[in-house]
Ligand binder design. Structure first.
Ligand SMILES: NC(=O)c1ccc[n+]([C@@H]2O[C@H](COP(=O)([O-])OP(=O)(O)OC[C@H]3O[C@@H](n4cnc5c(N)ncnc54)[C@H](OP(=O)(O)O)[C@@H]3O)[C@@H](O)[C@H]2O)c1
Length: 370
C-alpha cells in the first residue's frame, strides 16, 4: 500500500521557498463543496481561508462564523476590492465553488482583478467560455487551474505508472455513479442547482466529468464523441453514456495506432456499484472509482501467469480536497501559471467533450451558442 500523493513536476522538482505567510484564499460559495474546501485548508499549512462570499450575504456570514473565517462579503466585487492591513489585496487566490454556470463569470472577474484562480470542476459550460478563461489567465499572468481532484490522487498516480504494462490499449470502461444527495429534494419539488439546467447542472457536468477527464488525463483528447442519456423533467440529465473514440493519434503516450474506445458511464440516480477497467493486450487494470481510485489491481499475463493478480491498492489520507489544495499551493509558490499534471488544455478538452455530449443528448444551458 502507498500513501504518496501524486506530484506536479514543475512545483515539486525542487524545494519551494519557505513562505513567510500562508497563501490567502477568498472563497466564492458557502455550500457543499465549500465545507470540503475549508476542511482541506485546515490541513494544508500553506493555505489560509481569509474571506468568503456567496449569493446570500447572510449565508456567507453564517459560513464565516461557523468556520472562523475572518471576513464575509456581500459580493465578489467587494471581496476583490478588499485590502489587508498593509493596503495590499486581501486575497491572493479566489476559489470558485459556485454553481457550474457561474464558473466563467467568477473566474474571469478574479483573473481580471489579478488574482490566481482555483475553479471547481467542471471548468466551464461551453468551450468558448473555457477558452476565454484560459486567455484571461495568460493575459493577466495568473495561475488558473480546474479543481479536478483525481489528477492529484495517489490512486491516479498508480494508474499513470502502470498504463504501459497493459500493452496496446483496446478498451476502457470508466464509471462514476452516485445517488445524488439532492435527488430526494428534487423529487420533493425543489430545484437545486445540481438538477437545474439554468445553473448548468446535471449528471454529465457533475459526474460525467470524472470519467471523461480521466480518459483525457490518461489518453489525451478523443477523436470522436458519441453520447446518450436520460433527461429529467427539469431538462437536466439524470444519467448517460459517453463513448470516446481514439483514432491512435496520441503516439507520444505510446497508445497503439490501431485506435481504441473508452466507454464512460455516469449517473446521479443510482449508487456506485460498477467498477472501472482499462484493458490492453497484456493485462487489465481495474479500479473502484474514477474520482478517488483506491482499490486498484492489475490482472493478466503482464503480471506473471494468465490468471495472476497484482494488488496496486492505495490508501488515501486526509480531507477530500487536500492533495489538490497542496498541489495548487506548490504551484503558486513556484510561480507556475498552470499545472503540468492537470493542464488547462485538458480542462478545455473536457469542456469540449461535455459540450458535444450535451448537444447530442439535448441538454441546453443559458449561454449555449446554438
Ligand atoms: N470537487 C468535488 O468533489 C465537488 C463536489 C461537489 C461539488 N463540486 C462543484 O462545486 C460547485 C458547487 O457545488 P455545491 O454542491 O457546493 O453547490 P451548492 O451546495 O448549491 O453551493 C453553491 C454555492 O454557490 C453560491 N452561489 C450561488 N450563486 C452565487 C453567486 N451569484 N455569487 C456568489 N455565490 C453564489 C451559493 O450561495 P448561497 O449559499 O448564499 O445561496 C452556495 O453557497 C459546482 O461547480 C460543483 O460541480 C465539486
Amino acid at each position: 500500500m502507498s500513501t504518496a500523493a501524486a506530484s506536479d513536476s514543475p512545483a515539486q522538482s525542487g524545494p519551494v521557498s519557505a513562505p513567510t505567510a500562508p497563501i490567502r484564499f477568498g472563497m466564492i460559495g458557502a455550500g457543499f463543496i465549500a465545507r470540503w474546501f475549508v476542511e482541506a485548508a485546515r490541513t494544508v499549512p500553506d493555505a489560509e481561508v481569509v474571506a468568503v462570499t456567496s449569493a446570500h450575504p447572510e449565508r456567507a456570514a453564517a459560513f464565516a462564523a461557523e468556520h472562523a473565517i475572518p471576513a464575509a462579503f456581500a459580493s465578489l466585487e467587494e471581496m476583490l476590492a478588499a485590502r489587508d492591513a498593509d493596503g495590499g489585496p486581501l486575497v491572493d487566490v479566489v476559489y470558485v465553488g459556485s454553481p457550474n454556470l457561474l464558473h466563467p463569470e467568477h473566474a474571469l472577474a478574479a483573473l481580471e482583478a489579478g488574482r490566481h484562480v482555483l475553479v471547481e470542476k467542471p471548468f466551464a459550460p461551453t468551450p468558448a467560455q473555457a477558452q476565454a478563461m484560459v486567455a484571461a489567465a495568460r493575459r493577466n499572468d495568473r495561475l488558473l487551474m480546474e479543481g479536478w481532484l483525481p489528477a492529484f490522487e495517489p490512486g491516479t498516480a498508480v494508474l499513470r505508472e502502470n498504463l504501459q504494462r497493459l500493452g496496446p490499449i483496446r478498451r476502457a470502461l470508466l464509471v462514476k455513479e452516485q445517488y445524488s444527495s439532492r435527488m430526494d429534494a428534487y423529487r420533493g419539488g425543489a430545484l437545486p442547482p445540481a438538477f437545474n439546467p439554468a445553473m448548468a447542472g446535471g449528471s454529465l457536468m457533475d459526474l460525467g466529468v470524472y470519467p471523461i477527464s480521466l480518459a483525457i488525463h490518461l489518453f489525451g483528447a478523443p477523436t470522436r464523441v458519441t453520447a446518450a442519456g436520460v433527461l429529467l423533467d427539469s431538462g437536466a440529465d439524470a444519467l448517460g453514456t459517453v463513448v470516446l473514440d481514439y483514432a491512435g493519434t496520441d503516439t507520444a503516450r505510446q497508445v497503439q495506432p490501431a485506435g481504441f474506445e473508452v466507454v464512460c458511464l455516469h449517473s446521479k440516480t443510482s449508487p456506485a456499484g460498477t467498477g472501472s477497467a482499462i484493458a490492453g493486450d497484456h493485462a487489465v487494470l481495474t479500479l473502484d472509482d474514477c474520482q478517488w481510485p483506491q482499490q486498484i489491481a492489475l490482472r493478466g499475463p503482464a503480471v506473471g501467469t494468465a490468471d495472476a493478480v497484482q494488488d496496486l491498492s492505495v490508501q488515501r489520507s486526509g480531507p477530500v480536497l487536500a492533495y489538490e489544495l497542496e498541489a495548487f499551493c506548490r504551484l503558486v509558490r513556484s510561480g507556475a501559471r498552470e499545472s503540468e499534471l492537470h493542464p488547462l488544455a485538458n480542462s478545455v478538452a473536457a469542456v469540449e467533450v461535455l459540450y458535444e455530449a450535451r448537444r447530442q443528448v439535448g441538454v441546453r444551458f443559458p449561454g449555449d451558442p446554438d
